[in-house]
Design a binder for this molecule. Sequence first.
Ligand code: ADP
Length: 422
Amino acid sequence: MSTLLGCIADDFTGATDLAGLLARSGYPVSLRIGVPDAPPAETAPFEVIALKCRTAPVAEAVAECRAAWRWLQAAGARQAFWKYCSTFDSTAEGNIGPVAEALMQDLGALQTIYCPAFPENGRSIYMGHLFVGRQPLHESPMKDHPLTPMRDSSLLRLLEPQVTRPVGLVDRLTVARGADAVREAMEALAREGVAHVVTDAVADADLRVIAEACRDMPLLTGGSAVASPLPDLLAARAGLSRAPAGARRDRIEPPAIVLSGSCSAMTRAQVAAYAPHAPHHRLDPVNLAAHGPGEALDWLSRVPLSDTPLIYATADPDAVAAAQAKLGVAAAGQLVEDALAELAIAAREAGRRRFVVAGGETSGSVTRALGVTRLDIGAEIAPGVPWTYAESGGAAIALTLKSGNFGGPGFFAEALAKLEAE
Ligand code: ADP
């Protein structure tokens, strides 16, 4: 099927988040990990390419995104969506602005929008200022992010140094007047030469207005939420009908496994909630450095396939800091990621077919180890976290990839139950 909208995401769990929100529409959505080597075949109307370029050098990020767009264009896409984080994670140089300008050039777009709002997750934009819950971005925990500390809440001020052409705003008062008012405001800005338009949005209704007003733009940019209304809008224009209910993929049967390498506060609560009800095994990076993952592999081989075990490195900040002090930050993380990757392969070899994975980096290393390059998007478990379906080592598997703070405390059991109900 020819692709209607080609999406490029600047990180892995961000891509899953976007794909999940697009799939709410009921139209087929496919997620590719990296730019595929092979030319497009068997494409979905909504394609998402997951890159890892949020903090890459600008030139590298631009080149990668352009390559992704070339692939999507070959798949039939004539419109692009550039997805970044709902907290506008970027450095002073980019990569949000430079990639948008490069894609505008490739698509022949004179203007685009910037709308990272995600009201369901507490991200809103008012008068060009981004809020996280009730706090302006620069007062939120994002001010201390290790790679992309966000010290300003004005999206216009953040964007200006990243682009070469003028930046403007369509504010909430205009959005409240509806799609025609937004279109007129965009046209007025275009006449003044404004190429980059930040759009205010505080609620989902605002995002629907913006999506409707901008649905014909060659390039849209933002968080996943503003893309969410696009499948319905674009499919209606293309005369595309939804896949009939029930004509979905084959069900993936258990056995299952839960692998957690995230140490976020929410993942710690999720591990604490799930562990009392299942066989569980903790990975300790210091022990892994000394003895390797053999002990964990032995343990897993003894867990009956009828059980859904949890293997986790998830630990509180003090334990993480202690391991990092002994081994170094990167080495501690790598040991855990390598061990979870090896355990994922062992689980698949043992016949396990359902994988719940917690952690953004962890998800990257587990999917790489399983040789997964394409994911089809299934039912949503929590906002921004869907089940996905893939081929791995000749077997059909189901995977859910959860970034640190997503989901509620009962996420692991909820994820498994959701698949049972499919
Ligand atoms: P999140 O989505 O919560 O950021 P990630 O998987 O992206 O989770 O990142 C967590 C990182 O922490 C990974 O590199 C992982 O290997 C590492 N890690 C996990 N457990 C520990 C631990 N006990 N000590 C040190 N590092 C750890």
